[in-house]
Design a protein around this ligand. Structure first.
Ligand code: NDP
Length: 261
């Protein structure tokens, strides 16, 4: 069993984020002391509240990732919860896919900027706000763990294969969403270089084509069959726990396949 002191997941109210909370609470391969579930409307997050009622490990914090002005307060709340051992694992999961069009003509500045704000800018700024706590975790854990590991300190950006520039080979859909995830992937590389100096691992993950609200309007077909949030998250946790020094700055799918940026 792998022990992770503290984990924080953004966008934890439903879908993949909620499933991360469930599995960090109950998966037999990993034990977390503190699970911080951040979501923009805790009062409406019924499934999350139910989980919290079942375990004192879960702390629910309010965070709309688009409200940058609240980040300092949010970081203070996180610091109070994690104490002097810091934040071990940050999962930047919150995301939107509001523009699934395949036509340049359909793009508006508002749509494009809105998707970039949530999917590209926010994960970097959330990481910036929590960097001191991640650094603290990396330092504290360095006594037990040398090198890079999600047990020591890590940032996982939930990206998408749609943001892989090398895999954009026709059938171009999802304008704005693709660009937002490509930008996130570049930030993964840049953060990995900068935070890597402090022993913090940074990776991008593609969760697969997952049956959630985000994909409810997209039809399955051919090779594109949806998987459950359970299988996606189970796979991602399994891959995360294996990451080490040699996997720095990577992009993985939920099966552990390496995706070319
Ligand atoms: P869902 O639409 O089911 O859930 C999205 C989550 O993000 C919700 O919890 C939502 O909160 C939260 N969120 C959205 N905007 C904000 C915001 N401004 N502040 C805080 N939270 C916010 O999507 P998924 O679970 O499917 O997606 C999770 C991540 O996985 C996303 O980053 C997505 O791009 C990525 N992904 C998903 C794939 C899939 O097949 N499903 C494939 C590839 C990548 P609220 O309930 O308040 O709206």
């Amino acid at each position: 069993m792998t022990e992770i002191y503290s984990v924080l997941i953004t966008g934890a109210s439903r879908g993949i984020g909620l499933e991360f909370v469930r599995q960090f609470l109950s998966d037999s391969s990993v034990q977390c002391r503190i699970i911080i579930a951040a979501c923009r409307s805790p009062e409406n997050a019924d499934a999350l509240q139910e989980l919290k009622n079942s375990s004192s490990k879960i702390h629910i914090l309010k965070l709309d990732v688009n409200q940058f002005e609240t980040y300092d307060h949010f970081a203070t709340e996180v610091a109070e919860i994690v104490g002097n051992k810091g934040l071990t694992l940050l999962i930047n999961n919150a995301g939107v896919a509001t523009s699934l069009s395949n036509k340049l003509a359909d793009i508006t500045p508002e749509k494009f900027i809105s998707v970039l704000k949530t999917n590209s800018v926010a994960p970097v700024l959330v990481t910036k706000a929590l960097y001191p706590l991640l650094k603290q975790a990396a330092q504290v854990q360095s006594k037990n763990i040398d090198g890079f590991s999600v047990k020591r300190a890590a940032v996982i950006n939930i990206s998408s294969v749609a943001g892989s520039i090398s895999r954009n080979i026709g059938n171009y859909k999802c304008w704005c969403y693709r660009e937002s995830k490509a930008a996130l992937n570049m930030s993964t590389k840049s953060l990995a270089i900068e935070l890597g100096k402090d022993g913090i691992l940074v990776e991008s993950f593609h969760p697969g084509f997952v049956d959630t609200d985000m994909t409810s309007s997209i039809k399955e077909g051919g090779q594109h069959q949806k998987i459950s949030a359970f299988d996606s998250v189970k796979g991602m946790i399994t891959v995360m726990l294996r990451l080490s020094e040699k996997n720095k700055e990577g992009f993985y799918d939920y099966n552990g396949e390496i995706i070319t940026f």
